[in-house]
Design a protein around this ligand. Sequence first.
Ligand SMILES: [Zn+2]
Length: 404
Amino acid sequence: MEKTKLLTNLRGLITPDPSQSWKVDFIEAPVVALKNGHVDWIGGRAELPSEYANSEQIDGKGKWASPGFVDPHTHLIFGGDRSQEFNRRLHGVTYAQIASEGGGIRETVRATRQATVSELVNIGASRLQKMRSKGVLHVECKTGYGLELETESRLLQAYSELLKSGWSLDITIMPAHDIPVEYAGKPDEYIEVVSEEWQPELVRRHPNTASFCDVFVEKGVFTPEHGRRVLESGLRLGLKPRIHADEFVHTGGAELAAEFGAASADHLMFCSDQGMAAMAKAGVVPTLLPATTLFLGMRDFAPARRMIEAGCRVALASDFNPGSCACIDPLLILRLACLQLRMTFEEAFTAMTLHPALSLSRSDLGHLYPGARADLLLWDVKHPLELVYWMGEAYRPEIICASA
Ligand SMILES: [Zn+2]
């Protein structure tokens, strides 16, 4: 039988309650029993069941324990970076001008197509390591910077190798991220080849790797009808739908997500009231990306409060990508959620832990009640509110990993 470990000498523990939508518990001076890679018991020292009494102890050093953050929307692996473009835009050059010179996403696609699998693996591992050091212990990662079969396949191969080396990931197939130069002006033909040929071939080449598929439904990119074709193809292959929806204008992406019972609809800055009601009814997790809104210099953040009032279980994510959000910092997102989305600390914390885990069908992540994976963060604070309140502070959690 596996040895039990006791995490003791904690100042406190913060965890969402997984049996409810929005309840966060703050437990003072708790003890956590870890067994068989999972949390077995939490409670006060005085109530500790005798079976745990002689267990090996881990010193919590007077810190606060929390579950790891779950990031449910990243474009983790891409070649190159676009810092030069970033500054050109600050100098007043428009994205349209940069794109017409072959820059923008085309530059990223070019750099990604040139990278070998081992280069892509190294890029992914170093970014995951940075995220982990900031407390993100599970990450959803998309393909979508190949925009042709062989590079999309290499991206999946790289993600598959990261999975094998022990990273906790969910993988999403997303060739329908943009229209590649080869199909410029021909979105119908591109969606046809993605839905009928590439997605089936990618799943055939990389079985047991991806769990989801995704499509960018947006004015000037793909229509809801295109989205429907991509998601239907995904469903036939056993891939659950996620959707980039209603980012710059209302296109009906949230309604489409509800129609498909999608795991999530993401962005949603221009989501309609009907879309919110439909997502709440269908159990779609609206996933908001406030660091993208900040990075793009947009004024209006997604209407989180209206979504919560409509009954949606809102999640937050980084949207890490080279063009619209070069950010992997969970504390920045937590702070933006409180300061710009007008979420309470408890809501924002739940939206970075329990709700993203829900959208990824991971019932053992995002909380610390019995059954949770035994991976915890220890924060050197007097109270978790400090993580938001001391706004520029770069807190680094100690990571307790007893799940392996
Ligand atoms: Zn995205």
